[in-house]
Ligand binder design. Structure first.
Ligand SMILES: CC(C)(COP(=O)(O)OP(=O)(O)OC[C@H]1O[C@@H](n2cnc3c(N)ncnc32)[C@H](O)[C@@H]1OP(=O)(O)O)[C@@H](O)C(=O)NCCC(=O)NCCS
Length: 188
C-alpha cells in the first residue's frame, strides 16, 4: 500500500531494531515498552501470528518514509480485544516523527482499504481519555466516541467508532450513534 509520503508493508524479523526504536520508547508505548530488541522481535512475531490467515489489510503495517527509507511508524488493523467481532485500527509513530501527519495519512489508507475490501460496517479503536494526540488522529479520521470506561489493558478507555462510508456499508448495517458529543462529556 502507498500513500502520498509513505509505503506500508508487513514487519519482518529483520526490522526488529527499527521496530524497537518505536516499541521500546516509553514516550510512545507509555503503557509498557519492550525491554530490548529481542522483546520487540517477539512482539513482531506474536502480532504476525495473531493476524495470520486474515485478509489484507488486517495486520501490523510498517510505515516507510519514502524520502529516507526509514521505518517511522506502525498502523495496526486487527481483531479488537476490547470489542469482540470488531476490527481495531491503531497507530504508533517513532517519537521524532510526531507532528508530520504520518499517522493520519497511513491510518486513512488502511481504513479506506478495509472498507473497500472487507465489507465491515465500522472500525473501532480504544483511546485513554488522557491521550490527546491519539484522540486528534481519531477525530481527523472521522471516528467519534461510542463508549466510555471500557477496560483495555487494565485501564478504562474510551471506544471510538468509524462508520463505513455509506457506499461501502453492508446492506442493513446502520452506523453506530456516538455515545455523546465531546462537549457533553463532563469529565476532565
Ligand atoms: C498518537 C500519535 C501516532 C499521533 O502522532 P501525530 O504526529 O500527532 O499525528 P499525525 O501523524 O496525524 O500528525 C498530526 C500533526 O502533524 C501536523 N502536520 C505537519 N505536517 C503535516 C502534513 N503535511 N499533513 C498533515 N499534518 C501535518 C499536524 O498539524 C498535526 O500537528 P499538531 O499535533 O500540532 O496539530 C503519536 O503521538 C504516538 O505515536 N503516540 C504514542 C502511541 C499512541 O498513543 N498510540 C495510540 C494508542 S490509542
Amino acid at each position: 500500500m502507498r500513500t502520498a509520503r509513505l509505503d506500508l508493508r508487513p514487519w519482518s524479523d529483520e526490522d526488529a531494531p527499527a521496530f524497537h526504536r518505536i516499541w521500546g520508547d516509553p514516550r510512545v508505548v507509555f503503557w509498557g515498552p519492550a525491554a530490548d530488541v529481542a522483546a520487540s522481535l517477539a512482539m513482531i512475531q506474536r502480532t504476525r501470528a495473531r493476524c495470520a490467515g486474515r485478509p489484507a489489510p488486517v495486520g501490523w503495517h510498517a510505515l516507510v518514509e519514502r524520502t529516507t527509507g526509514e521505518l517511522v511508524g506502525n498502523v495496526v488493523l486487527q481483531p479488537a480485544p476490547f470489542a469482540p467481532g470488531d476490527l481495531e485500527l491503531g497507530w504508533h509513530l517513532r517519537h521524532d516523527r510526531w507532528g508530520h501527519g504520518y499517522a493520519t495519512e497511513a491510518a486513512a489508507a488502511v481504513a479506506a482499504q478495509a472498507f473497500a475490501t472487507l465489507g465491515v460496517g465500522h472500525l473501532v479503536c480504544a483511546i485513554l481519555p488522557s491521550n490527546a494526540r491519539s484522540q486528534a488522529v481519531a477525530r481527523r479520521l472521522g471516528f467519534a466516541v461510542t463508549a466510555h470506561d471500557v477496560p483495555h489493558g487494565g485501564l478504562p478507555h474510551d471506544v471510538w467508532t468509524l462508520p463505513a462510508p455509506a457506499r461501502s456499508r453492508p446492506p442493513g448495517a446502520a452506523p453506530r450513534a456516538p455515545a455523546a458529543a465531546p462537549e457533553d462529556d463532563a469529565r476532565p
